[in-house]
Each structure stands twice: as C-alpha cells, then as structure tokens.
Design a binder for this molecule. Sequence first.
Ligand code: GNR
Ligand code: NI
Length: 162
Amino acid sequence: MTILNILSFPDPRLRTNAKTVKTINSDYKTLTTDMLETMYAAEGIGLAATQVNIHERVVVMDLSEDRNQPMIFINPEIIEKRGQAEGSEGCLSVPGQQAMVERSEWVKCRYQDLDGETHELETEGLLAICIQHELDHLQGKLFVDYLSKLKRDRIRKKLAKK
Ligand code: GNR
Ligand code: NI
C-alpha cells in the first residue's frame, strides 16, 4: 500500500507540463497501482500523475459505482472532440470546492496501456468530462482556470484557511 501525497491549489508544481512516457516498463505498473490506491483512498474518480508531483503523461480513473473498474491511460491525447456540455466539477487538488465548467460533450481519445498497446476510446458524459479534466492536469491546467478571477480568488482564500 502506497498512498501518495496529492498537491493542492495553488501549489506551483501543479502548473508543470508533463513529459511523454518513452519506455513503458514495470515502474509504470508500480506508479499506476499507487495512483489508483491514492485515488480510491481520496474517493476521486480520476487522478493525473501531475497531482502526485510526477510530471509524466499518466492518468488513472475509475467511474464505476463499485470502484472495481480501474482505467489506466499512458500518453493520452484527445484526437477529436464535438459539442459542448456544462457540468459540475471538483478536483482532489482543490479540495471541497465545486464549480460549473464547460467542456466538449464528446471526445475521442488515444492512449497506451501498460503493455504499450495503443487504444482509442470514444466517449461522452462523465467519462468525457473526466478525461478532459485529467488531460488539463498534464498540461498544468486546473478547472479553476475556467472561472472568473473573483471566483478563483475566493477558492484560493478558502483553501488558505485550511
Ligand atoms: O474526483 C473527481 N471528480 C470529478 C468530478 C467532476 C469532474 C471531474 C472530476 S475529476 C476528480 C478527481 C480529480 O481531481 N482528478 O484530477
Ligand atoms: Ni483534478
């Protein structure tokens, strides 16, 4: 069991742009296992490596009710997107805060698994939102960046009190 520390907004390390994974070796099995454990412990539906201060293009998710359908995305990229949809978002790096964010309604994503195999996934709904949210993390972007400066500063102040 390894629970990793999750960075919180406004930690500047959350602004790091993640690097492409060059060689998918057994280190990534360990990393994604630890990230899934960390995500489950924090009761999140997704986690990007950036949030645990590892600046490589690795994401884990589990949107199942029973928390038993882990998804692992290495080098994910969105290769097509359509439409617009607004949904309420939260983030493990912005604890206790939620806001409405506009995203693409449908996305097609390309990624690799732990064996280095490439896959494509077409999706909408919460999974599409979550993929966009996680890919933003890999580029140093947070959902609060889509809000007004006033709302973002309010969140910053609330988190500073904790
Ligand atoms: O647990 C999470 N819930 C969530 C809800 C709506 C939109 C996105 C998310 S992702 C978030 C976990 C997280 O911070 N991932 O980076
Ligand atoms: Ni997040």
